[in-house]
Design a protein around this ligand. Sequence first.
Ligand code: PEP
Length: 253
Amino acid sequence: MARRLLIAGNWKMNGFLADSLADTLATLMRKKQDWPFEMVVCPPFTLLHYLGKIISGSGMALGAQDCHLKGSGAHTGDISPLMLKDVGCTYVILGHSERRMDHGEGDSLIREKATAALGAGLKVILCIGETEAERDSGQTLTVNQTQLKGSMPVAVDVDATNLVIAYEPVWAIGTGRTPTNLEIQEIHAFIRKELLSLIGKAAEGVRILYGGSMKPGNAGEILALPDVDGGLIGGASLKAEDFWAIAQQSPSL
Ligand code: PEP
């Protein structure tokens, strides 16, 4: 099954109304209709509604960086999947290592959020990845296997194309370090194999993104790996020229 390359920008806690980043990207996207990649920007909650209007009609999608597992109610400070749909989101990132660490999010909570998000009609970018200590002690595959199994939404058999896995080694995020291309391919192939055992043939439609210090200088070779279906990009997604240069290295361009 052909999987469309996904180039996703995780802006984290960055960005203001006055910034021109989304506008610049939308202008570039509008130059053509049939880009061989799908692009999504995931700004902070404060910018979602506004940016939804800025990028409207550009072909670029909007995503959030987290959501609550409930649809509404007494959850001060939280945002529900339905609220994200309401402001025009198509995607939501869940289980990012910064949320796992900063907010103590574990696999079972992430699974509940992912199930709720899919149920609300969002596409889920589910993040997994090992720490440096886990890598050094030879646990890379088992850690990713456990996180995948534990945080996988229960409703995934509904439509596997709504589920995206982002393999993000924690030690590569924001550090300028990356695994070798061989390691990335091996881990992505392992994740695909695990997906097969979890959801059967639908696994072939699930996109697996690489995330961790992806930049214009290394994107071409990473995106060309057979089991890499795109990138989740942090730092380099904050500069329009870098993010665009990464997208332009899609193998079919
Ligand atoms: C991320 O945090 O999702 C990420 C991949 O960050 P960076 O590209 O900055 O390493």
